[in-house]
Design a protein around this ligand. Structure first.
Ligand code: SF4
Ligand code: SF4
Length: 332
């Protein structure tokens, strides 16, 4: 039976440090509806940042100049205001990241998206849960693999993943209730298959764990695997991951401007520092420094094995400890 209290890090409460990254969840609209999406995004979702909120967010960025503006969703590229946000963030000196599902590049009206991103030096973080068609389509739906390959080829054509100044990071997440394999093992397999099958190059593979909330939680519940997955995470709790948690230096903001410690807490409506609702324009980076991070059972996914964050493992050289640690596990 999983231990629900105390959680493994209870003796070492985590606090916010100097802000580095403002992660903006632009809304839940998406052209896909992936099985494991913690936002439960999809084509029927209507939550999108409006012009008034966008103006306030941009004004904050111009004032406080975060090092990184990381734009996610949903599919942020398909929402009004995305390009305005990219331009303003880039002009303020931030490194802009676009979390891209690749298939958006084939959507009508997005023909000039890649040159636009390149012009603003935007880094691309692209989700590709496997290099095998059946596994990608199992998570993301029929047709998603071909569109992903088409998108990757287009990005390569414009230099993404080919030139040092235009990084293309790929993101792997497991297809089932197990920890991701070590990047050192999986990245060469991705590189070989994508290169040999499609002539595709990329910069680096980031391996993320699935957080058992929302769609992934429901998926596990339906298969009777939720408890065993949570137990797996708890059994592989690694205290060395705590110092690298992304919530130390990343601040998440939703489409209304409301603040959270991370995008998972955003999905759970668990507000910044477990306090009352606060908006981006009501705080500055110094007022939130030192606040306790709002953690819960879902944080086990960030602290198991090598740990997990928006940029992959937080302690890449930890011993991997997955029940499905080889490449064949991808077919689950
Ligand atoms: S995981 Fe990404 S691509 Fe899939 S539905 Fe969610 S936001 Fe869209
Ligand atoms: S899920 Fe928990 S540990 Fe992970 S980033 Fe969010 S608050 Fe931090």
């Amino acid at each position: 039976m999983i231990t629900t209290y105390p959680l493994p890090w209870s003796c070492t409460p985590q606090k916010r440090e100097k802000l580095q990254t403002l992660q903006i969840n632009f809304g839940s609209y998406c052209n896909l509806a992936c099985k494991h999406c913690h936002i439960e995004a999809g084509p029927n979702r209507r939550e999108v940042m409006n012009a008034d909120t966008l103006g306030k967010v941009i004004s904050w960025i111009r004032t406080y100049k975060p090092d990184v503006v990381d734009i996610t969703g949903g599919a942020p590229e398909l929402m009004n205001g995305f390009r305005t946000l990219v331009e303003a963030s880039s002009q303020s000196g931030a490194q802009v990241i676009d979390r891209c599902n690749l298939s958006v590049l084939s959507e009508a009206g997005q023909e000039d998206l890649v040159p636009f991103l390149k012009r603003h030096n935007v880094q691309i973080v692209a989700s590709l849960p496997c290099y095998l068609k059946e596994n990608v389509e199992q998570q993301r739906g029929k047709g998603s693999y071909d569109l992903s390959i088409k998108g990757l080829k287009l990005l390569n054509e414009f230099g993404y993943g080919m030139e040092e100044s235009l990084p293309l990071y790929l993101v792997y997440n497991p297809g089932g209730p197990y920890l991701p394999p070590a990047k050192e093992k999986l990245e060469p397999a991705y590189r070989e298959r994508l290169r040999e099958d499609w002539g595709i190059e990329f910069t680096e593979l980031w391996c993320l764990s699935n957080v058992a909330i929302k769609r992934f939680e429901n998926y596990l519940k339906a298969r009777g695997e939720l408890e065993s997955y949570e137990q797996l995470l708890e059994d592989h709790y690694n205290p060395n991951t705590l110092k690298g948690l992304m919530c130390h230096n990343t601040l998440s903001v939703d489409y209304r401007g409301v603040l959270y410690d991370c995008d998972f807490n955003l999905a759970l409506d668990k507000k910044l520092a477990d306090q009352d609702e606060q908006f981006l324009w009501d705080i500055n980076p110094d007022t939130i420094r030192g606040l306790p991070i709002a953690m819960g059972k879902h944080c086990l996914a960030c602290t198991a094995g090598s740990g997990s964050s928006c940029t992959g493992a937080v302690e890449p050289h930890a011993i991997k400890s997955t029940t499905h640690s080889d490449i064949h596990s991808l077919s689950h």
